[in-house]
Write a protein that binds this ligand. Structure first.
Ligand code: NAD
Length: 250
């Protein structure tokens, strides 16, 4: 924990890559949980763009349930710890694969939503944008005033990463000398390539996961356990070290 805190203080450009695991303690299941949303909705049937286009009403049933869940949940100590690291000037950005908006709600200002966001929807017919609040989820699928079907601006499997998010994330990873990899199995590309870019350029990887991920073999430090318990402790250690250093200078 102390070594990790030292690395964070020492780093010139530290970023974080987060995944579904950072939000499980807020009550949003990840892909691997036994009794979550995704155990009831087969990802192969519901997670692909072609599944949405084939049967939007069916996929919207899952999306509406997700939207309802996102309304209820709150950030957990892991989200707040990252917001505090940003406030301390030690974290330059969070690149998240999540679509739940919890990093922003916790107070992080620089958040790249790599897999898009549930806050806005686009009409597949005319391209008109809607905000989530304006959508009536009683009649599925929701439709545009032109009668086209609305799709949330999230990235389904088979869809490209939004260009702006991809470019920003690549730029950040190329600048970074330290990446915190939190709550992600690192199984989904191109998000999982970001820690590899940092490592290839001579940077370090700190992994905080409940169990090892597909990129654990590359990690310089592994803190295995719950992010909501580990991250606040890391931030406490960081603050202790900063205070000690300040006292030495004075
Ligand atoms: P994943 O389900 O493949 O992996 C989650 C990882 O988090 C696992 O390695 C697991 O061990 C770890 N984990 C679970 N709970 C944890 C905790 N409390 N503390 C630390 N680690 C914990 O998720 P992924 O890698 O993000 O990739 C899957 C895709 O699923 C992403 O594209 C993401 O957009 C999407 N997704 C998003 C949400 C969300 O927005 N909250 C939820 C589910 C899935």
């Amino acid at each position: 924990m102390r070594k990790v805190a030292e690395e964070i203080i020492k780093a010139k450009f530290c970023i974080a890559l987060t995944g579904a695991g950072i939000s499980t303690e807020s009550g949003i299941p990840d892909f691997r949980s036994k009794d979550g949303l995704w155990s009831r909705y087969d990802i192969n049937e519901y997670g692909y763009l072609h599944s949405f286009l084939k049967n939007p009403a069916k996929v919207w049933k899952m999306l509406a349930e997700m939207a309802e869940l996102f309304e209820k949940v709150k950030p957990n100590p892991a989200h707040y710890a990252l917001a505090e690291l940003e406030k301390l000037g030690l974290l330059k950005a969070v690149i998240t694969q999540n679509i739940d908006g919890l990093h922003q709600e916790a107070g992080n200002k620089k958040v790249i939503e790599f897999h898009g966001s549930f806050n806005t929807l686009t009409c597949l017919n005319c391209g008109k944008k809607y905000s989530k609040e304006k959508i009536d989820l009683k009649n599925l699928p929701p439709r545009c005033s032109c009668n086209g079907i609305l799709k949330p601006d999230i990235v389904f499997f088979g869809e490209p990463i939004p260009t702006k998010a991809l470019n920003e994330a690549l730029e950040l990873a190329n600048k970074s000398d330290l990446i915190l990899v939190i709550g992600t199995s690192c199984a989904v590309y191109p998000a999982a390539a970001l820690p590899i870019i940092v490592k290839r350029k001579g940077g370090k990887i700190i992994e905080i996961n409940r169990e090892e991920s597909e990129l654990s073999y590359l990690a310089d430090y592994k803190l295995l356990g719950k992010a909501g318990e580990i991250l606040p402790k890391v931030v406490e250690e960081v603050k202790k070290l900063m205070k000690n250093r300040l006292q030495k200078i004075q």
